[in-house]
Design a protein around this ligand. Sequence first.
Ligand SMILES: [Zn+2]
Length: 276
Amino acid sequence: MTTKKITKVSGGEDSPQKPTFVPTAEAKAQAGKLRKNGVILWVLAVVAEIIAMVILFRKDPEIPLSTGSRVMLIIILLVDLILLIAGSMLWKKANRFDPASKQDALSFFFQNQMGVVAAVIAFLPVVILAFIKKEYLVGAIAALFLVGGGVASADFKPPSKEEYAKQSNYVNELMGVDHVYWTKSGTKYHLYEDCQYLKSDRTTEIFEGGTVSDAYAHNSKIKPDMNSLCSACEKRAAKEKGWTDEQLQEMKDKATNAVQNAAQPPQTEQKAESEN
Ligand SMILES: [Zn+2]
């Protein structure tokens, strides 16, 4: 395909300076579907683990397994690993449609790192049993899969309602509307459809437009971070507004504060001293 195609994910004007992010019904439904499928894959991973455990359980610790049985066990554990990681991918994708709030630190942690919990459930019991049954090679491989599967399942840059709201507010300040553009494999989102970085090397790629949260939901390569806004687009928007760097920073702070003030109870509100 050589033509540039714009897929409109969703339009919609939003009122600026929202204290928190609320996913659309559509995004919520999508997240629910992804989470359900993720959990199904995790359950299947545990089924694979149980099959491996049944084989190990029946074994006499003093009699080593045949090479054929060992190979079969390792294949079953590999299936366990693939199902685990596939489930975690869906789970992490779901969180980008419907992120957790940082206000509750514990539930924020568990919603984002549920894949690590799944990795422990899908591998730790079989690791222990393999060592009890003196199947050290199988045990070592299962332990390796536990660590590898755990790392692959963790979300090192989890999305949050607060981060979405902050950036949506900022885009609203810059453009008057929460509408951005991104490509399937790009790591930034853009304010202008004709941005040089969108045009230069991605002319053949399908790119999409929608809200900041749509950008995160549809491209997992964009990190949920203020720096994911294309700096060229940011500068251009500031120039069009006639803003100085200080004014731009002020707007950024305003967008951030609208979210942080809402996240903090009034009694802990602190007056930030700004040093210039
Ligand atoms: Zn740009």
